[in-house]
Design a binder for this molecule. Structure first.
Ligand code: SF4
Length: 155
C-alpha cells in the first residue's frame, strides 16, 4: 500500500498511483536500490505491536503513520477503498484510538486522497483539502454530564 499511497519524488511517482517499480505479489522490483524515502519509511503497523493483524496495510487498505511535524496519527486510505475507514472493525478502533490520542493532546486524521477528516469521539469533522498551512483548534467542554468538542478550522 505504501507503494501506492504516497508521493515518492525520487522515482518519481504521485500519491494514489502504483509505483512503476512495484510488482503485484512480488513487491519492490528495485528493492536493493530503492530510494532512501522508501528505505526509511516505517508505517505504524510495522512499529506498533498494539495494532491488530487486521491493520496490515495490504489487508486493511490503509496505512497509518505518525506525522513527524505534529506527532498526530495520519491514516491514509487506498482511493480504491475510500470508505474502508468507516467500516468495522476499523471504525470502532479508529474512534477509540482518537479518544486515547486526545488524552495526550494529540489527534487522528483520516485521509482519502488530499481530503482529510479529523476524528473525534463524538464526530468526524471534514477538514477538506489539507495543506501544510491548514490549522485547526479543538475545544473540549463538559456540560450536562457529557463531553463535547468544538472544532474551528483556520485555513
Ligand atoms: S521504489 Fe520500490 S519501495 Fe519505493 S515506492 Fe516504488 S516499489 Fe515501493
Amino acid at each position: 500500500m505504501c507503494c501506492k499511497l504516497y508521493d515518492v519524488p525520487a522515482v518519481p511517482k504521485k500519491a494514489g498511483a502504483w509505483c512503476g517499480h512495484f510488482g503485484m505479489g512480488r513487491g519492490c522490483l528495485i528493492y536493493d536500490s530503492r530510494p532512501d524515502l522508501c528505505r526509511e519509511f516505517l508505517c505504524l503497523w510495522m512499529q506498533d505491536p498494539g495494532l491488530p493483524e487486521g491493520w496490515k496495510p495490504e489487508t486493511s487498505k490503509m496505512v497509518a503513520t505518525s506525522s513527524p511535524q505534529t506527532g498526530f496519527v495520519h491514516i491514509r486510505c487506498d482511493p480504491a477503498s475510500p470508505t474502508v475507514w468507516r467500516r468495522n472493525p476499523y471504525y470502532d478502533f479508529i474512534k477509540n484510538w482518537s479518544r486515547q490520542l486526545l488524552e495526550r493532546r494529540s489527534h487522528l486524521l483520516v485521509f482519502v486522497g488530499e481530503q482529510a477528516h479529523l476524528i473525534l469521539p463524538d464526530q468526524d469533522v471534514p477538514l477538506g483539502r489539507m495543506s501544510p498551512d491548514t490549522n485547526f483548534t479543538v475545544t473540549r467542554s463538559f456540560a450536562g454530564g457529557r463531553v463535547s468538542y468544538e472544532v474551528k478550522i483556520e485555513a
